[in-house]
Design a protein around this ligand. Structure first.
Ligand code: ZN
Length: 262
């Protein structure tokens, strides 16, 4: 299971090689093949060659002109304008045929943002449980909903319980409960460490394993420079306080703890 490839061929290669080494029966992709990264046509060709069941992400739709860019922030909007001009006819044709939702064998439903909207973020456990309630109504047989879009890995069941995910977490998908899963982003990390993320879904054992691998970031950055795209297109690091502010923040926390009597 991959998502949010974002035209980053080096990250996609690393994720696919790792999955092939593990040994998989099939690939699926929860959308956003293009946008941000420097190689949209190459990425689409690589995903097509995997024979992956794929749904359209908001970036794919905006690049085609099938969705408005109004809800994009500046970096996304600028890279999508570049992407729109870079797409060749074969890529456009492939992206235009992608459904917004797909069903996989074993009761798995695939979408990009949420069940209904490729631009909706399922970030909290409450959002996830809400999605699973809607899944139960729309498709009572379905047990798993796989989404992307937030670029953050998530496993959450229908009772809003979400186990903590480490670098390589294995989660048992208890029978009888519905789960929402997000593999995290292949091609545009939004975590402190830059990695290509993906997950392996084992339907026989009913378990999911989350993976994060390194990839040739220098090559991706060189290609971004050549394309005139900013380096942060492949890694939106989370906000962290500047070093000189940290002692003050720590002192503030101690003070608060003192007030609470901890
Ligand atoms: Zn995305």
């Amino acid at each position: 299971m991959i998502a949010d490839v974002h035209a980053n061929v080096q990250a996609l290669d690393a994720a696919v090689s790792a999955l092939r080494r593990i040994g998989v029966d099939a690939f699926a992709c929860a959308g956003d093949l293009v946008g941000y990264g420097p190689q949209p046509n190459e990425c689409v060709e690589a995903v097509r060659a995997l024979d992956a069941v794929t749904v359209a992400g908001n970036h794919d739709l905006i690049a085609l002109g099938a969705l408005s860019e109004d809800r994009c922030e500046r970096l996304a909007r600028e890279s999508l304008r570049w992407t729109r001009a870079a797409l060749d006819a074969t890529t456009r044709d492939y992206l235009a045929r992608l459904p917004r939702r797909a069903e996989l064998p074993g009761g798995v439903v695939l979408a990009h943002g949420s069940l209904e909207d490729p631009q909706e973020y399922v970030l909290s456990v409450h959002d996830a449980a809400g999605q699973l309630a809607r899944l139960a109504e729309a498709d009572p047989e379905a047990q798993l909903l796989v989404v992307g879009h937030t670029h953050r890995p998530l496993a959450c069941d229908e009772y809003a319980a979400a186990p903590r995910l480490g670098r390589r977490a294995r989660i048992a998908l208890d029978g009888g409960r519905r789960w929402l899963l997000n593999p995290g982003a292949v091609g545009q990390s939004r975590e402190a460490r830059l990695r290509a993320r993906f997950m392996l879904l084992d339907l026989d054992r009913r378990e999911v394993t989350f993976h994060a691998v390194r990839y040739d970031v220098r090559r991706t950055r060189a290609l971004l420079r050549e394309a005139g795209l900013p380096a942060r297109s492949v890694h939106l690091a989370p906000w962290r306080p500047k070093a000189f502010l940290r002692p003050a923040i720590r002192a503030g926390r101690r003070l608060q703890a003192g007030v609470r009597g901890e």
